[in-house]
Design a protein around this ligand. Sequence first.
Ligand SMILES: *Cc1c(COP(=O)(O)O)cnc(C)c1O
Length: 353
Amino acid sequence: MRFRPELEPLRPYRPPHLAKELEADRGPAGYVKLTMNELSFGPLPGAEAAVRESLARANRYPEREAAALREAVAAANPGSSTANIIIGNGSSEVLSNLLAILERPGEIVYPWPSFSLYPAIARILGLESRPVELTAEKAVDPEALLAAVTERTRAVVLCNPNNPTGTCLPLAAVRELAASLPEEVLLVLDEAYYEFVSDPAYAGSHELALSTPNVVSARTFSKVHGLAALRVGYGIAPEPVADYFERVRFPFSVNAPAQAAATASMREGDLIRKRARFVIEERERLQSAFAAAGYDYVPSQGNFILAKIPADLFERGGVLVREGEALGFPGWSRITVGDSGENDRVIEAISAR
Ligand SMILES: *Cc1c(COP(=O)(O)O)cnc(C)c1O
């Protein structure tokens, strides 16, 4: 067999602590699982009901255009029409398809450390990668990103807020970056965590995608919507980008129960914003506890916090977090903000020294 040699270094994504995570699912006595930035609550009741209702038609292929889902997303993002809405099997697939439509040979530029999927997708799709170091404050440096762009650059992928640091580039700086980029370079804003942004300097980011020919916002139902298992992501894109995107999308990549749940959840904007506010308050509570205990952390705009606390300290307290080593920050941990009880366990774990 003649495999593509450039795929050799790739390894399947394996979440850490697999055995203990299974134990975590057994309930309150086991470990608390705060490793993957999931929501600690299930889907909204309306989303769950929509899944159940859709199962009776599981013999049929899902609706090809996902019209209801696109309409719900467009309605939640004023100024957009369904022609601007792209969808995928998780935002992972949205990101992958966005990079699949760009000319080869070429490379992508992205801040680093960031989401590990970017270099992996680039390699799979035959694009080169150019990571750009974060600043000393673990924030994105837009000037360094711009300076890294060459005539081979096809896209800049900006995770905002950035996973795993939780730092967020203000919208004005993103606008400036978009305005400075050559128009043939696509700016992909990975906004998986944008619902958790409390900084008013990041409101209405989708308008940038609607008003700029080379900007796309990619979002997900896996985080604040609590639908990670169903695999639905979407994006807001200028029409020509959305048109090309649709050419590479697998016809039925978003299954029918997922479409139904995501549509129902998107229509419940008030309930989703309420959940986001809860997470934001709990994030503040955890950050205050880290500060009070004398630990360094990066103030976060996501549903997770990067703190200079070793993962085994949490583990001894029965809390599983993501070890910073794998994320590019040895000695640090990324702690997902959980529900009240889980966050209490986090605070107990750092206090029991
Ligand atoms: C969690 C996450 C996603 C979401 O991926 P899905 O495929 O939608 O589950 C996307 N980007 C980043 C940076 C993430 O952390």
